[in-house]
Design a protein around this ligand. Structure first.
Ligand SMILES: Cc1cc2nc3c(=O)[nH]c(=O)nc-3n(C[C@H](O)[C@H](O)[C@H](O)COP(=O)(O)OP(=O)(O)OC[C@H]3O[C@@H](n4cnc5c(N)ncnc54)[C@H](O)[C@@H]3O)c2cc1C
Length: 556
């Protein structure tokens, strides 16, 4: 953690140098000593320090300075750092003014120039002041801070991105904490920029206004571009299937890169508790699984890029991947592990309020914000059940809306049992969302009850939608063969009546997990006919690496 600061201000360069020297020799081990030649410069500096979350222990200002005298400087500075000890440096002639300032401007002490020897005229008094300051000092949060409002979709996207990438941050809801003195101060210091939400403040003093996940990714050191032009194996998608392929590929000596557009972990990363993954009898959270897998992959040297793949093409033995920022790199073997994305719910108001009370999937970030509120989970599959269990830890009431008469045909029995034993959760059968309402954020929903054909309008703080998922594979169209719903065809699915896929020139059939393009593989949920489970994705990702070795052994 950065040391607290002692700031002295004097327009006389010799005096400033002398006071800085004396402060540094006595306090340099515990404090950073800074100096400024003008009160205006010092006020600017204090604002910068505030945005960086630095602590200031002492402000020591000369009384006689042009434009702004010491007392007025200290009064101004008090608004920025109210807890800092404030002291004046005065000439004998200014003693009366200094004594008056002790009361008027809440100044803690005044020192007479010259202060020689400092062991008598400076340090004992400063020891007292700094001792007092230390006694009530609570180190400020020194990591990344995100300022925004709860109902802002952009702020939600950013927080979700940081949380899922395991980047620690402090969330400051500028509406909810508007009366908090620290927040007020921060907003005042930002001035007109305070309206450019969401704002991300970094410990080094940098700030991003109206910031996006891509900008933050770059700033926190997540790689957004490939480091080299060529890899043995490139994996698109960092869910369980992609991560498993990365770990196996790199551990077996392949120079491997993995491209992930949101956060490693994929859908599994959103799961609050995976109960059926082998070897974890008490279950484990998807976030934990993802974090461990990322560490494992990095240990084997996998390069992970935070970016979106937007196109591919082939040039002889090379598979070339284009990223959304326009950059390209190539590889010999390419693995598509892009999983599936939530299906959109078609009801009036849904698109408008997405991210402002309407969410696809159950962001861990949102669960905590729902404390004491009534929330709705739409869908009857395991993902919806897990999310309901997670929200029940925080929300006052959780309704699960299902079209059918019960959960029994769509959800695992262990989850149905858990839900039954959780009084906060209520299953609302024969129910679907007809419309959502609210101006700036969700306030109510209209529920169509198919058994009575009536519509009920009820208050709702948040709706979480889990109504099945489809692959997003349009960017592969024309290169990789897909089924009518966009899932990728592999292996035996490509060979009909003994006929190999169109354009296939090799003297062998496509390998089990290989697409119609030699060297391009598809694994996990994105693959036609896959079993939509963590273990099967992991299995496919690992097995595919064996076929990749076989493929690479023949590639020219
Ligand atoms: C809430 C929830 C709970 C679940 N619980 C369980 C459970 O308890 N047990 C179980 O076995 N299964 C569970 N599942 C299912 C399981 O999570 C999935 O089957 C598994 O995650 C599929 O893995 P995948 O790697 O194929 O794809 P995904 O997990 O979908 O990962 C695909 C990744 O690819 C990325 N991506 C997509 N397109 C691009 C692109 N163009 N460029 C770069 N990156 C891209 C995505 O951002 C995503 O991270 C659950 C799913 C959900 C949503």
């Amino acid at each position: 953690m950065a040391k607290p600061i002692l700031l002295s201000v004097d327009d006389d360069a010799d005096v400033l140098r002398a006071i800085e020297r004396d402060l540094r020799s006595q306090y340099g081990a515990d404090y950073r000593v800074l100096g400024s030649g003008s009160p205006e410069g010092a006020l600017d500096l204090l604002k910068q320090l505030k945005l960086r979350s630095d602590s200031v222990a002492l402000l020591l200002a000369d009384q006689r300075m042009p434009r702004i005298d010491g007392v007025h400087f200290l009064q101004e500075a008090m608004h920025i750092y109210p807890e800092a000890k404030r002291a004046l440096l005065t000439a004998y002639a200014d003693t009366t003014a200094a004594i008056g300032a002790i009361n008027e401007a809440s100044i803690h002490y005044f020192f007479m120039k010259p202060w020689d020897p400092p062991t008598e005229h400076l340090y004992p008094q400063l020891d007292d002041l700094l001792g007092d300051w230390q006694a009530s000092y609570h180190p400020a949060y020194s990591g990344i801070r995100v300022l925004g409002t709860r109902w802002s979709p952009r702020a939600y996207e950013l927080r979700d991105f940081l949380a899922r990438n395991h980047v620690p941050y402090q969330w400051i809801d500028v509406e909810i904490s508007a009366s908090d003195p620290e927040t007020k101060l921060l907003l005042e210091t930002l001035g007109p920029e305070a309206t450019s939400l969401p704002i991300v403040l970094f410990p080094d003093g940098a700030k991003l206004l109206e910031s996006t996940p891509a900008q933050v990714a770059q700033k926190v050191g997540l790689r957004t571009r490939a480091q080299t032009n060529f890899y043995d194996l490139a994996i698109i998608g960092g869910g369980p299937a992609g991560l498993a392929a990365a770990v196996y590929g790199a551990s077996e000596g392949l120079h491997t890169v993995m491209v992930e557009r949101e956060a490693p972990g994929g859908q599994a990363g959103m799961s609050s508790r995976i109960e059926n993954y082998l070897g974890f009898p008490a279950g484990l959270s998807g976030g934990d699984l993802a974090r461990r897998a990322v560490v494992q992959a990095q240990r084997f040297g996998v390069e992970i890029i935070a970016a979106e793949a937007s196109g591919i093409r082939t040039e002889g033995p090379y598979r070339i991947i284009k990223l959304a920022d326009g950059s390209e790199f190539s590889c010999h073997a390419l693995m598509i592990a892009t999983g599936v994305q939530w299906r959109r719910l078609d009801a009036p108001g849904i698109d408008r309020l997405q991210g402002a009370g309407v969410y696809y999937g159950g962001g861990a970030t949102e669960a905590i914000s729902c404390a004491g509120e009534t929330v709705y989970v739409v869908g009857g599959a395991n993902s919806a059940g897990q999310a309901a269990m997670n929200f029940a830890k925080h929300a006052e009431k959780v309704y699960i809306l299902v079209r059918g008469s019960s959960l029994s045909s769509t959800m695992s029995q262990y989850l149905i049992d858990q839900i039954k034993e959780t009084p906060k959760i209520q299953v609302w059968a024969h129910a679907s969302v007809a419309e959502v309402h609210g101006e700036t954020h969700l306030e109510e929903i209209s529920v169509l009850c198919s058994d009575t054909s009536k519509i009920e309008r009820v208050p709702a703080s948040a709706v979480f939608i889990f109504i099945g998922a489809l692959p997003q594979t349009d960017w592969l169209a024309g290169v990789v063969e897909r089924d009518e719903r966009g899932f990728l065809l592999t292996g035996p699915d490509l060979v009909a009546d003994g006929q190999r896929p169109k354009g296939w020139t090799l003297e062998r059939d496509p390998f089990l997990l290989e697409t119609n393009v030699p060297g391009i593989f598809a694994v996990g949920d994105v693959r036609h006919g896959s079993v939509k489970r963590v273990a099967s994705g992991v299995g496919e990702g690992s097995v595919a690496v064996q076929f990749i070795h076989q493929y690479l052994s023949k590639v020219q």
